[in-house]
Design a protein around this ligand. Sequence first.
Ligand SMILES: [Zn+2]
Length: 259
Amino acid sequence: MSREVRRVALDFDWPPGKVWEGYLRPDRLRGEKCDACNGSGQTHFGWWLQKFSYLMGMLADDVRDQERGKPMHPWLVQFPRPHGHFVYPVPDDPQSGPGRFHIDRPSPDAVEFFAKLMNVAPEELAGEPFGRDPGDVVMRKLLEITGVDVSCQPCEGHGSLETYPGQRADADAWEPYGPPAGEGWQLWETVTEGSPLSPVFDTADGLASWMADPDRGEDWLPEETARKFVAAGWAPTAITTAEYGVVPGAEHAGWNSPE
Ligand SMILES: [Zn+2]
């Protein structure tokens, strides 16, 4: 948590603890959720394609898993109609048991295939924990080849709809702005977007005295520390009654933490 001293207009009047409105994008710039894509910005087919692409990429992962002696990922084991062969019971052999289906796990050419698709060395592919994920590339390549755009058309991939024409441009153009500048002194917290903590004082000493007022309870500081803090302009939080002896950021202004 950070605190800082700001110079604001003497008549600046904003409730302490409330985020300054200039830091919050106004509601009027917020679009409506797009129902066609549930706000995701992609068509339902696009999401299916993404899931299939991800599954396809897992074939390369599975080659690596086999090299590491790991079992097949449940998503592949539970694939509705996996590739494999039927193992028939051997007549008159009590050890053979009943017939069963055996999944044939993907062979190493899966790695070669996806490495070529992704234009990377096979060693870079599907290694844990830093391996690349082939799924994204599968999807991108397929979209490239077909030229199909799976971004949601009604919202043009934004996931939200304008409530008036030009709203998106307005939202993009919006920039946060600070409180009106001036001769006043005020303590702010910058953990949230930023909100004032103290009243506005017309002198630095006024603010320091407020910070050093024991009646204020929390965040009380010795007068000397408060003055230095105001002079330094800022310091990361940790300034509490118990911890004021270590005021991080003190060195920033060239003064030592008081004992
Ligand atoms: Zn949409």
